[in-house]
Design a protein. Sequence first.
Lengths: 245, 343
Amino acid sequence: MRILALDSSGLVAAVAVVEETETGAKTVAEYTVNYKKTHSQTLLPMLDEIAKMTELDMESIDAIAVAGGPGSFTGLRIGSATAKGLGLALNRPLIHIPTVDGLAYNLCYTDCVVCPIMDARRNQVYSGIYSFDGDRMNVLEPQMAVGIEELAEKLRSYDKRIIFLGDGVPVHCHALKEELLREKDIAFAPPHMNYQRAAAVGALAIQYYHEGKIENAAEHKPDYLRVSQAERERAERQKALDGGR
Amino acid sequence: MDEEKKDILILAIESSCDETAAAVVKNGREVLSNVISSQIELHKLYGGVVPEIASRKHIEKINQVIEEALTEAEVTLDDIDAIGVTYGPGLVGALLVGVAEAKAIAYAKKIPLVGVHHIEGHISANYIENKELEPPFLCLVVSGGHTHLVCVKDYGDYEILGRTRDDAAGEAFDKVARAIGLGYPGGPKIDKLSKEGNADAIVFPKAHIEDSPYDFSFSGVKSSVLNYINGCQMKGIEYNRADIAASFQKAVTDVLVENAMHAVQEYGLKKFAIAGGVASNSTLRAAMKNACEENGIEFYYPSPIFCTDNAAMIGVAAYYEYLAGTRHGWDLNAVPNLKLGER
């Protein structure tokens, strides 16, 4: 089985082709770019490069995996629309990988508890809590938008060593180490594991595929974990009005 | 080699504002399907288009809309020769959905990608029902976001003669509609209410720009409507909403007609067309028709369904760009402030 994986949820644009072999997931090609160009300018040219380099016949792809959120709203839609267009044209299913799950899968095979933290602004991080049995991922807490203190509270109940990764690490590592989780055994992933990687999204997608967690390209949409600002403000106004009655 | 001339089929995608649209167009003139999913009801809650909500709706609907367009046209992607897509101007987040989708489809099917300017699409809407229309002609593009007086010299060759200095005509309609309590979108509502009013009841100013005879300004007339309403309220006088609608509409229409007729004569053109959402306005259509008759000019206008944002018009424009050899790369980006004639 062959999976094309895309992740444009954050700063990096990432494309990979991953195959299932008898010994596990094999990365045929992986291309990651962290540059000032927009994902709209990079994502498809990157796929084209990979296809040329690896003599990839697009028809040979069984499914298209995409990091489906959370992340930058616009970035997510560029990845989703690309995946939806490919799915429609090739008549292949999509596999929606929650962004935080995909990020956690960078560290599969570890026996520590894995906690990705992505900067979500508004005093929150996007996070989740995971463990692994070899390459099998267990979701202990599904991805969420959460305050760092509340996240630390959740993590206190785990006895194992906790590894953090993600673009939220530089922002929060000091507070986690020196204050919030001082009594815990915690560690931080090395920088080259800190960003979204399409190879991890693709490898996790193989698991999803076997579990039947696939979707039709038409029904796929990003999972932003947040409503738009206009909707939030409207709800607040509505609430204020109701409260005034 | 097949000597017979092959038909060219374009699948077109449009997502620059609040309609998700796809269409299949044959040989640039025949619309095989034209599917539009409008989000207008959703945006009414906010009194205007909310970019983030528009973008979210586009991604939810886009595949369905494309599939429906193909089914309705009784073709498959294998029959399509090129993908046309609006890449500007418009809301960047909204445009990006259509652009990314179009690129992925074109890439997977190994067919050319043709980026289209939204205004070029509106102008090209006139080719659909007027098979005999060919450049050169003058076109007035009036919508919620645009007011352009364009000399169409040839397919894909445009000279902008005039544009609005401030509000677009449609924007002024929306603002006045809100002021007299008609709600969003204002154009059709003012058009309807104006039929019950007297267009000569109130004289609102018509702005002419000193040094550029084809430019427009609509913020002045909008302000004077607001001032008029304010004045009435201060004096405790009841104002007639229908009269305001009719008089405001006349002030806008008169300027559009005057500038357009002036340009047609200066440039020695024999044909004149209107396009864009406001081109559906019945008063504007009637006034333009009259003026053209008086001046011996052939008048063209699209049906309302091709005036509103739609993908059929993008397919028509893409066809002529395709013939001219325009091809975009996989790095095509959305350009929210794209200029007409820019590549």
